[in-house]
Design a protein around this ligand. Structure first.
Ligand code: PGA
Length: 250
């Protein structure tokens, strides 16, 4: 039985003070109801420290939105896995479609980051997903399979990897993939993992869905056999909504 995992990706939203306030509200809204699944929040880099202190000792995990793949050095504007680890991050989101779309991430750079996160002793959330054009042309299976294979190139053990399927056309658009559409791709991803790592690893790997998940559609999505939780954007900025989504996974 896979333990579901729900992560709130706050993207480029909230000051440090606002982030701390939201983190406290999330903890309060969840109460002690979320131990059946994993829940995490991913604030901006400047807020990681104070949010980490706010949630310390509780069940909500600290998650980073990205990292660089070098240890340190002349990489202006970047943040290393060592820095994130020192702040108590459990997971790092890698290869979000916004990183791929706006910041030139490729499967190769995603792969470097994934390996770095694992080497630092943290877990990685590998994001994959097709654009609207790729969905409409029917290329989504090939696109997602290539992203999974490319992102995991040379990774021997995937027990610290979570995969997030996020169709680009459903992110922040209010247009959710139907639970059947999402399930279809989650199954494709699990089959790909089976091909690469064998059936037991495929059975164990958790695959989150992301893209306009809300309290009103979370339970239906999470009830699908291959959907193991969610990566939540907009709805994660409201403590009550995020808590309701986490509870739908528990
Ligand atoms: P959304 O974002 O929930 O606002 O669609 C999801 C994501 O980008 O992780």
């Amino acid at each position: 039985m896979r333990r579901k995992i729900v992560v709130g990706n706050w993207k480029m939203n909230k000051t440090v003070a606002e982030s701390t306030e939201l983190a406290s509200a999330v903890v309060a809204a969840l109460g002690s109801d979320c131990s059946a699944c994993e829940a995490g929040i991913a604030p901006t880099y400047p807020a990681l420290d104070s949010v980490g202190r706010t949630i310390k000792g509780g069940e909500v995990l600290l998650v980073a939105q990205n990292c660089h793949y070098e240890d340190d050095g002349a990489f202006t504007g970047e943040v290393s896995t060592g820095m994130l680890n020192a702040l108590g991050c459990s997971y790092v989101i890698i290869g979000h479609s916004e990183r791929r779309q706006y910041f030139g991430e490729t499967d190769a750079t995603v792969n470097l980051r994934i390996k770095k996160v694992l080497a630092a002793g943290m877990k990685a959330i590998l994001c994959v997903g097709e654009t609207l054009e790729e969905r409409e042309s029917g290329a989504f299976e090939a696109v997602v399979s290539t992203q999974v294979t490319g992102g995991l190139q040379g990774v021997v053990d995937i027990s610290d990897i979570v995969i997030a399927y996020e169709p680009v056309w459903a992110i922040g658009t209010g247009r959710t993939a139907s639970s059947e559409q999402a399930q279809e791709v989650h199954k494709i991803i699990r089959n790909k993992v089976a091909e690469l790592y064998g059936a037991p690893a495929a059975d164990a790997v958790r695959i989150q869905y992301g893209g306009s998940v809300k309290p009103s559609n979370a339970a239906e999505l999470f009830a699908m056999p291959d959907i193991d939780g969610g990566l939540i954007g907009g709805a994660a900025l409201k403590a009550e909504d995020f808590a309701a989504i986490v509870k739908a996974a528990c």
